[in-house]
Ligand binder design. Sequence first.
Ligand SMILES: N[C@@H](CCC(=O)N[C@@H](CS)C(=O)NCC(=O)O)C(=O)O
Length: 105
Amino acid sequence: MPSLPRKLPRAMKLYICWGTFPSPRPGGHPCRNAYEALKKAGHDPELVKSYGWTLLSDAFNATSGRREAKRLTGKSTVPVLVTDDGEVVADSKNIVAWAEQHPAV
Ligand SMILES: N[C@@H](CCC(=O)N[C@@H](CS)C(=O)NCC(=O)O)C(=O)O
C-alpha cells in the first residue's frame, strides 16, 4: 500500500482582519488584495484571522493574531505576511509586490 503523502505543514502565514471579503473602500480590501496576489502567484498561505480593529486601543486588539502582527511589525495593523523562510512583509502593497516577485515554484 503506497504511503499517502504526509500533508506538509504550510509555513507561509497571512495575518488578516476578519476575512478576505470584498470591500467598497477605495483600493479595495487590503487583506483580500494581499491574499488574491499570493494565490495568483501560486501560493497557498495559511490565513490567520486576527479580528480586532486598530481604531480601538491595543486592549481591543489583544487577539493572538494582532499581538503577533505587533510583535513582527511594531503595529497591529494587518495584513502581514510571514513567508516560508520567515521573512516578514507588512502592508498589502508590499505583499502584492512580494507575490509578483516570488512566484511559487
Ligand atoms: N495600508 C495598509 C492598510 C491596512 C488596513 O487598513 N488594514 C485593515 C484591515 S483590512 C486594518 O487592520 N485596519 C484597521 C483595523 O481594522 O484594525 C495596507 O494596505 O495594508
